[in-house]
Design a protein around this ligand. Structure first.
Ligand code: PGA
Length: 224
C-alpha cells in the first residue's frame, strides 16, 4: 500500500533534552497506532538529528528521519553548511523550499533547484514545499508539500485552509506532478486532520505546531 507520510516539522524548536522527553513519551504511546497505512517521519533540528537516530535505533521505533534543510553545495569549504551526504548518515528525507526559509533567509528558486539536486544525488527523498498553484515544481522533488503561507502558524495564529480550497489547488497542479506524491501542510490540527485526509490525492501531512507535543502528535496520528 502507498502509505501516507505524516511529517513532524519541529522547525527551530527543542534542545536535545526536550527531544529526549518527546521521544520517551512518544515511544510509550506509539504502540496504540495503526501503522499499516502511514509512515511517521520526524524532522528535528540538525542538533537533535543524531540523538533521534540513536534513540530510534536502540528502541526499534517505526519512525524515519528528515532534515529541515540541506546545503546547496557539495562537501567543501562552505563554513556552517551541512551537505546532503552528511544528512544521509541520519535521515532519509529532506524538506526544501519552505516558505519560512524564503521569507527570512532569502532562499530563492535557484537555491531550491541546487538543493534538490544535491539531495537527490545523495539518495535523499526530497520534500519540496510549494506556496501556491503557480509555484515551480522541481524535477528532483519526490514529494510536493502544498503549504499556503497564510495557513502556516507560528503556533496557532495561522488560518487553516478549507478542504475545498486545498482540493482546488491540488486539482490545479496534479497534471504537473508526474509520479510525485502530494501532501498538505499549514495549521493541520486535531480538529481538521480527518477532513483533510479525505481529500483526493492527499498523500499525507507536514505538521508544525501540533507535532511539538508527543500527546498532540499521537492524537493526530490516531485521526489519520
Ligand atoms: P504549522 O506548520 O503546522 O505550524 O502551520 C506547518 C509547516 O510550516 O510545515
Amino acid at each position: 500500500m502507498d502509505k501516507k507520510l505524516i511529517i513532524a516539522n519541529w522547525k527551530s524548536h527543542k534542545t536535545i533534552g526536550e527531544t529526549k522527553s518527546f521521544l520517551e513519551e512518544f515511544k510509550d504511546r506509539i504502540a496504540d497506532i495503526d501503522l499499516s497505512d502511514k509512515e511517521i517521519i520526524l524532522a528535528p533540528s540538525f542538533t537533535s538529528l543524531s540523538f533521534c537516530f540513536d534513540f530510534i535505533k536502540s528502541n526499534s521505533l517505526p519512525v524515519k528521519l528528515c532534515a529541515q534543510n540541506v546545503s546547496s553545495f557539495p562537501e567543501g569549504a562552505y563554513t556552517g553548511e551541512i551537505n546532503a551526504r552528511q544528512i544521509k548518515e541520519f535521515a532519509d528525507y529532506v524538506i526544501i523550499g519552505h516558505s519560512e526559509r524564503k521569507r527570512y533567509l532569502n532562499e530563492n528558486e535557484n537555491d531550491v533547484e541546487s538543493k534538490t539536486k544535491e539531495a537527490k544525488d545523495a539518495g535523499l527523498t526530497v520534500i519540496q514545499c510549494i506556496q501556491d498553484e503557480n509555484s515551480e515544481i522541481h524535477k528532483n522533488a519526490d514529494v510536493i508539500a502544498y503549504e499556503p503561507p497564510s495557513a502556516i502558524s507560528t503556533f496557532d495564529v495561522g488560518i487553516a485552509e478549507t478542504p475545498e480550497q486545498i482540493t482546488k489547488v491540488f486539482n490545479d497542479i496534479k497534471d504537473r506532478l508526474g509520479e510525485k506524491k502530494l501532501i498538505y501542510g499549514g495549521s493541520v490540527a486535531e480538529n481538521n486532520i480527518a477532513s483533510y485526509g479525505a481529500i483526493e490525492f492527499c498523500g499525507g501531512f507536514l505538521i508544525g505546531g501540533a507535532s511539538l507535543l508527543a500527546e498532540s502528535f499521537i492524537n493526530l496520528l490516531k485521526k489519520c
